[in-house]
Ligand binder design. Structure first.
Ligand code: NAD
Ligand code: UGA
Length: 329
């Protein structure tokens, strides 16, 4: 059945893919984004280009931490809360205020607004899916991490994502808001944020610059293709259990060094590697135990690492060609 959806952070990497998937399934999407200047507005506008002219899509520019949200929630069935100040390594120092404003205060205001308009049982909003993060775990064992592992974030970003996740839990516990949290593990694919590893590595390969590796490159991530994270959101809206968190991982853990090797194979180019200090807040390993998401959401990652890397490489290669052409014409 057709749903009316609110996506916060719709102009971002994951939010824009989610909006495309929901409209393709016949749902109506109202997207909210503040076009935060963490990366260029043009990149976010280009993320939304596939939705231009889409009758089932509307965009509102505004800040969750300030906007009157009541009006936006009118008639909304599903809320997908993707908006946040993302990025692990930038979250130290004075910039932390941006994380508390957007991630903690923004989430609390959204939950309050849903409480005011009413949720399933006494009103309208039937599901709120919150984009949580593997960074809430901190240093995990070198084994798959289940959702009930003790959260001990080692970055201020992770602390802010955990605080917002806990707010979701308590608004469920106290007021019965139908909140489900998805802990994504390092998401990649076309439109990946410019500060993230694959985007930076591919950019360096295409421009002949250095592929800068933090630490020894033997840190590992359970890299997750963006289409799989999007599918998890749809499943969580339809079948998620209120008050529950689910790990969402790609299933194939790889080291940063291995990723660079795959990129060399995929691109046919040689990377000029340079090694730099390990970054504060970076965890050594992540690896998701996704058995709960498999069991309850029917989640199964579909795109393997090599294929996903190829897709992101091709997207960035085409983007660079288009950019070069525009500059010379
Ligand atoms: P992104 O930066 O591309 O998208 C986030 C969007 O939210 C941006 O367009 C930004 O302008 C918007 N935004 C920020 N604060 C806002 C506010 N107060 N009001 C309205 N809009 C606001 O990031 P992304 O990589 O697409 O991440 C999406 C979500 O997933 C975030 O919540 C992030 O913490 C989470 N997450 C991402 C990853 C990943 O690997 N990309 C992994 C785990 C969790
Ligand atoms: C990513 C997202 O950026 C976070 O928003 C998200 O919350 C987190 O995943 C998560 O899973 O919760 P991160 O794992 O740091 O964070 O993702 P990348 O930026 O792609 O970095 C992956 C690894 O590559 C890290 O160890 C990083 O230190 C390394 N890296 C990154 C480099 O070696 N060089 C770079 O230029 C960039």
């Amino acid at each position: 059945m057709k749903k009316r959806c609110l996506i916060t952070g719709v102009a971002g990497f994951i939010g824009s893919h989610l909006a495309e998937a929901l409209t393709a399934e016949g749902h109506e999407v109202l997207g909210l984004d503040s076009f935060a200047d963490y990366y260029a507005r043009e990149v976010k506008e280009s993320n939304l280009s596939g939705l231009q002219g889409e009758a089932a899509f509307d965009l509102v520019e505004g800040d969750l931490a300030r906007l009157d949200l009541g009006g936006l929630l009118r008639g909304v069935d599903w809320v997908f809360h993707q908006a946040a100040q993302a990025g692990v390594r930038a979250s130290w120092g004075d910039f932390f205020r941006t994380y508390t404003d957007n991630n903690i205060l923004g989430t609390q205001r959204l939950l309050e607004a849903v409480r005011q308009v009413g949720s399933a049982g006494n009103g309208k909003v039937a599901r709120i899916v919150y984009a949580s993060s593997s960074s809430i775990y901190g240093e995990a064992e070198e084994a798959r991490t289940p959702e009930d592992a003790t959260p001990r974030p080692i970055s201020p970003y992770g602390v802010s994502k955990l605080a917002a996740e806990q707010l979701g839990y308590l608004y469920w516990k106290q007021f019965g808001l139908p909140v489900v949290s998805l802990r994504y593990f390092t998401v990649y694919g076309p439109r990946q944020r410019p500060d993230m590893a694959f985007n930076r590595f591919i950019d360096a390969l295409l421009s002949g610059g250095e592929v800068q590796i933090y630490g020894d490159g033997e840190q590992t991530r359970d890299f997750t293709y963006v289409g799989d994270a999007v599918a998890a959101n749809l499943a969580a809206a339809e079948r998620g259990r209120d008050g529950t968190v689910y790990n969402i991982g790609g299933g194939e853990r790889a080291s940063v060094n291995r990723v660079v090797e795959i990129l060399e194979e995929v691109s046919g180019r040689r990377a000029k590697r340079s090694y730099h200090d390990r970054q504060a807040g970076d965890v050594r390993h992540t690896w998701a135990d996704v058995s709960r998401a498999e069991r309850e959401l029917g989640f199964a990652p579909r795109v393997d690492l090599r294929d996903g890397i190829k897709r992101q490489y091709e997207w960035q290669r085409r983007g660079k060609l288009d950019g070069d052409q525009q500059r010379t014409s």
